[in-house]
Write a protein that binds this ligand. Sequence first.
Ligand SMILES: NC(=O)c1ccc[n+]([C@@H]2O[C@H](COP(=O)([O-])OP(=O)(O)OC[C@H]3O[C@@H](n4cnc5c(N)ncnc54)[C@H](OP(=O)(O)O)[C@@H]3O)[C@@H](O)[C@H]2O)c1
Length: 341
Amino acid sequence: MKAWRISSFGMDKLELVTLPDPRPQHGAVVIKVHAVSLNYRDLMVVEGRYNPKMHLPRIPCSDGAGEVVAVGEGVRRVQVGDRVAAIFMQNWIDGEADAAKIRGALGGDIDGVLAEFVVLREEGVTRFPEHLSFAEAATLPCAGVTAWNALVNACRVTSGDTVVIQGTGGVSIFALQFAKMMGARVLGTSSSDAKLERAKKLGLDAGVNYREHPEWDKWVMEQTGGRGADLVVEVGGAGTLTRSLRALRIGGTVAQIGVLSRAERPALEGVEIPLLLHKQVRLCGIYVGSRAHFEKMNQAVAQQKLKPVVDEVFSFTGAPNALRRMESGAHFGKLVTSVTH
Ligand SMILES: NC(=O)c1ccc[n+]([C@@H]2O[C@H](COP(=O)([O-])OP(=O)(O)OC[C@H]3O[C@@H](n4cnc5c(N)ncnc54)[C@H](OP(=O)(O)O)[C@@H]3O)[C@@H](O)[C@H]2O)c1
């Protein structure tokens, strides 16, 4: 089989290699991968910014969808022909996270899915809603589940709440779609007016360009009549957290997800601690989620016939171009590599 792999860090170090076709061991399934979606993390992994001590060689990417083509002895949960997606952390099936459960992340701790075939334990996959294509399903495991957790478990968003999303990348667009599904009002920031217009077609209620209006926290306060937002889905990190705190209502929640800004200085310098106290803020760290979270999200996606936003599909041999597009930040929603076409 063919797979993309890094033996040392760097975009130009991605190699298309030929590896033995996998065979299913006891309790494991072989998946013919049809589509792989990219997350910002995959770019960091390839560049060596995610974990410079990562064991190499490594097949990158966590998010894949495909078809079960062989099962090992003892497999009960899935069968040949099932359309499945991999779960991000192979050991986090349900319940609260612990140190053992958050080990085993695909494309990080262990080889990922940017390959023609992968072998996973049967517990490490889940069926996905029937109305989704492989490309759409491949967007769910990381970005989808993370956004779902921010809205459902960090904050329990309900109708009438105000949710702020930052930028128009994979996590943020899922957060927009889920928040609208739950009846919330969604305010968004972006570096691009054109992207804000595109987001409005998905239900964004109002948007602001954070390059032209860096004080977007004040804009959020204006938009909410001085009350502030119920939830900020925080993907910026060190460069945006203080503004997120300022944009919250008293008792509001920050779902801390990302590290997009100030990558070179991700530490929380200059955060106004008194804001946390005076506003009685809940700061909730999110690390993707479990298979149980994924399956709960799938129920909602199926019921609402929600369609993930796929910006562009690249060929398997064009996978490095997909990563370059992600690096450019030009995308809206998700970038996908089609493995079978
Ligand atoms: N904790 C977790 O479990 C988890 C899970 C998934 C992702 N993440 C993290 O969350 C972040 C987003 O991931 P992703 O895969 O959704 O990324 P992505 O698709 O690459 O999204 C990037 C977009 O974010 C926006 N952005 C960049 N810098 C920004 C800033 N300073 N302020 C506001 N928006 C900014 C830009 O949108 P515009 O072009 O519209 O400006 C950019 O296009 C990454 O840091 C990733 O590592 C964490």
